[in-house]
Design a protein around this ligand. Structure first.
Ligand code: ARG
Length: 270
């Protein structure tokens, strides 16, 4: 059984603008958000996932995006250090949850921004690390030293794909999906080391197709990405689409709303 952390969207909303998808002029609907979030939770439960919950907090609308709480590694969590002041209040809340659930919490060294599993994803035993928009490359190198693993820094060049998990998703130790235009040449060459790469086109990348939750061979993603669904099926995976439009308004989708607590399917931890 896999374990995933989620946080109900009771206080979710578009209260500030820290990425190009967010506009206070286009607010989210609370009822719809609740329904979409609950459907995602149910879908994951039906895939035999143990969904654990963190209490939502008023004034922290992005706490729903648990992928940004930190990076889990064995019984440790490397806590995020958010770039934007609007999200910095989440870290003490995350730290309290992890400490009371048996994790050893580790803080980033001072002055390094780091946004957790939004930017740091294992594919096999290699940590792929998005930097520039939110996380710092130095934070990723520090993380690699702590874990004793290879880190491949990937520069993110398009503000719309501001976290690595918006444009890259490892499916297993040798397979990943990605949106090429979100990366520079060097990053594209680095990614080409992954034996099986599935490309996501612009229209579906903009529907956050890459922001998928992988549980074994099952892949949960936003509705409206038929080309990726077909490609996943072709590669032997089973896609499960669920509508997450309310969260797209904040620049998030399935993956952002989850944090795998027992190691991602694609990860081989050192
Ligand atoms: N509004 C949030 C932000 O801009 C969305 C975070 C999405 N999370 C993610 N892992 N991509 O920070």
């Amino acid at each position: 059984m896999s374990t995933i952390l989620m946080c109900p969207p009771d206080f979710y909303g578009i209260e500030y603008e820290i990425n190009p998808w967010m506009s206070r002029a286009i607010p989210s609907d609370l009822e719809q958000s609740r329904k979409q979030w609950a459907a995602l939770r149910e879908l994951l439960t039906s895939l035999n996932v143990d969904v654990q919950l963190m209490d939502p907090v008023k004034g922290l609308p992005d706490l729903v995006f648990t992928a940004n709480a930190g990076v889990i590694w064995h019984d440790r969590v490397f806590l995020s250090s958010f770039r934007h002041a609007a999200r910095q209040g989440e870290t003490p809340v995350d730290a309290a949850w992890f400490s009371s659930h048996g994790f050893q919490t580790i803080e980033m060294p001072r002055g390094m921004y780091f946004e957790g599993a939004g930017d740091a994803l294992f594919c096999g035993d290699t940590l792929y690390a998005g930097y520039l928009v939110r996380s710092d490359a130095t934070a990723m190198q520090w993380l690699g030293q702590q874990m004793g693993c290879r880190v491949i820094p990937l520069q993110l060049v398009d503000g719309h794909f501001y976290h690595l998990d918006t444009c890259f998703c490892p499916l297993d130790a040798r397979t990943a999906i990605y949106h090429p235009a979100a990366f520079d040449d060097y990053a594209r060459r680095a990614l080409a080391q992954i034996p099986n790469l599935i490309e996501v086109e612009e229209d579906e990348a903009a529907r956050f197709a890459c922001n998928a939750v992988v549980v074994g061979q099952d892949v949960v993603l936003n509705a409206g990405c038929p080309k990726l669904e077909a490609a996943l099926q072709h590669a032997g995976f089973t896609p499960h689409a669920t509508e997450l439009g309310e969260f797209l308004k904040s620049g998030g989708s399935a993956k952002c709303l989850t944090l795998r607590l027992d190691g991602e399917t694609a990860a081989i931890w050192p």
